[in-house]
Design a binder for this molecule. Structure first.
Ligand SMILES: C[S@@+](CC[C@H](N)C(=O)[O-])C[C@H]1O[C@@H](n2cnc3c(N)ncnc32)[C@H](O)[C@@H]1O
Length: 433
């Protein structure tokens, strides 16, 4: 295999065991990694092991169909899920360059400690050794993992087969790290050796530990996907304007809005997520009024501008959260779509006359983007869909459709892609304002 990294036989047992737990929760109990981690799955690990466990689990879930393809020739019948996941983890590590003997020893040791798995340690040993004998290019030759049918079907219907294949190719890669600068983005790119993207974000291909990067502790920047950063730029808040960030936590967009000098109110339902927003504001030295409330019950009016980054399927973020297609099946999306429409209607009523609402979702499903705008325009006579404000620096004209700005993972593929997002700017007519 390519470039073996040094591992000692007992290296990484705790991290691998925790990674297997996360993978089992996602593939067997339909739990997102974030849910398992919030429930304490990594609590007993050291910080480096925690990071390693999360990285391993994420990479296995990203490459799961590829791992299954690589393993298939060596399995006469499928072993139980816990063993299958151990084989997947071992195969991904080996195929991506870890020293095979270290991985095999670790996985055999883990199998031998479990009642359900100890009788499979011989199988795991034999299969992973065979994986280790594969030529270096075998992994790269396996096709990019396909999205599951429940999601692939609607996406092919919306965007076509070729674009969906292009999205899958981007989703198979490790995503870059995108940063938003509090101040001068070009200077930040120069300091960190990153790429200044045309939309103003800074992209790092290999970042390592985020908190160790220059400027993190000083709050000079925050992590935010390039596509996610576009929505607040479209809102174009001005110093002194009263701006409401209606679904704000953990605060990436709140910080962008606060950095403009606007008078920002950041609202969210989740106290736990607001705690992260407060930490982010503290670190960056930016100011916003923080409100814990249900957006639908918040009745303060007279805002110049509102950003509604509504809760959604998050299907645009799969390259960063590859657990999603394994843990979800689309059954919750109907309720989210209904909530988004209610939130749009409520937000329009909080604007002052002449105000603007930017609605966005990190979804690839038109029902959570284009269709929401179409239906809002039908519900609110006089509502104007302002597409001119979408033509921002770095935005290709053909990304702007009749309903709004559509960003997709396959855009900028040669640069490392971007998250999927939909963004529109709505201006109420006299009856809504
Ligand atoms: C897409 S996330 C927001 C991300 C955030 N704008 C950022 O840039 O960091 C959606 C947020 O909506 C919040 N949320 C869900 N239902 C809500 C409700 N009824 N009222 C207010 N916030 C809600 C969630 O807690 C979550 O933080």
């Amino acid at each position: 295999m390519t470039q073996a990294r040094a591992t000692s036989p007992n290296d990484g047992i705790a991290a691998r065991r925790a990674a297997l737990h996360l993978i089992e929760q996602a593939t067997g109990a339909q739990r997102l990694l974030s849910e398992s981690i919030a429930a304490g799955a990594l609590e007993r690990l050291s910080p480096p092991d925690r990071a390693r466990a999360q990285r391993l689990a994420t990479q296995v879930l990203r490459q799961l169909p590829r791992a299954d393809r690589a393993l298939k020739p060596f399995l006469v019948k499928q072993p139980p899920l816990a063993v299958r996941n151990a084989l997947r983890l071992g195969a991904v590590e080996i195929m991506e360059g870890a020293a095979a003997h270290g991985v095999v020893n670790a996985m055999v040791q883990i199998m031998s400690k479990g009642k359900r798995t100890q009788s499979y340690k011989g199988l795991v040993n034999a299969v992973l050794r065979k994986i280790g004998e594969q030529p270096g290019e075998a992994w790269a030759k396996l096709p990019a993992p396909k999205l599951p049918n429940w999601l692939r079907g609607p996406l092919v219907e919306a965007w076509g087969r070729k674009p969906v294949e292009a999205m899958e190719a981007v989703q198979a890669q490790l995503p870059p790290l995108d940063l938003t600068a509090k101040g001068d983005a070009a200077a930040l790119a120069a300091t960190l050796g990153g790429e200044l993207l045309p939309t103003g974000s800074v992209r790092l291909r290999e970042a390592g530990q985020v908190s160790a990067l220059p400027g993190f502790a000083a709050g000079d920047w925050w992590v935010q996907d390039a596509a996610a950063a576009v929505a607040a730029r479209v809102l174009d808040a001005r110093p002194g304007e009263r701006v409401l960030d209606l679904c704000a936590a953990p605060g990436g967009k709140t910080m962008q809005l606060a950095a403009t000098g606007a008078d920002v109110t950041a609202l969210d339902l989740s106290e736990a997520r607001l705690a992260r927003l407060r930490e982010n504001l503290d670190r960056t030295g930016l100011a916003a009024r923080v409100v814990q409330a249900d957006a639908l019950e918040f009745d303060e009016t007279g805002f110049d501008a509102i950003l509604l980054d509504a809760p959604c399927s998050a299907t645009g973020t799969i390259r960063r959260h590859p657990d999603l297609p394994h843990a979800k099946d689309g059954s919750e999306f109907g309720a989210l779509i209904a909530l988004q429409a209610e939130m749009i209607d409520h937000a329009l009523g909080l604007l002052k006359p002449g105000g603007r609402l930017v609605f966005c979702t990190c979804s690839l499903l038109p029902d959570e983007g284009e269709v929401q705008v179409e239906e809002a325009l039908a519900r609110h006579p006089g509502l104007v869909n302002d597409r001119e404000v979408l033509a921002r620096p770095g935005i290709a004209p053909d990304w702007i459709g009749p309903e709004g700005l559509r960003l997709r993972p396959d855009f900028w593929a040669e640069r490392g892609g971007m998250d999927g997002f939909f963004i529109a700017c709505l201006r109420p007519g006299a009856r809504d304002g």
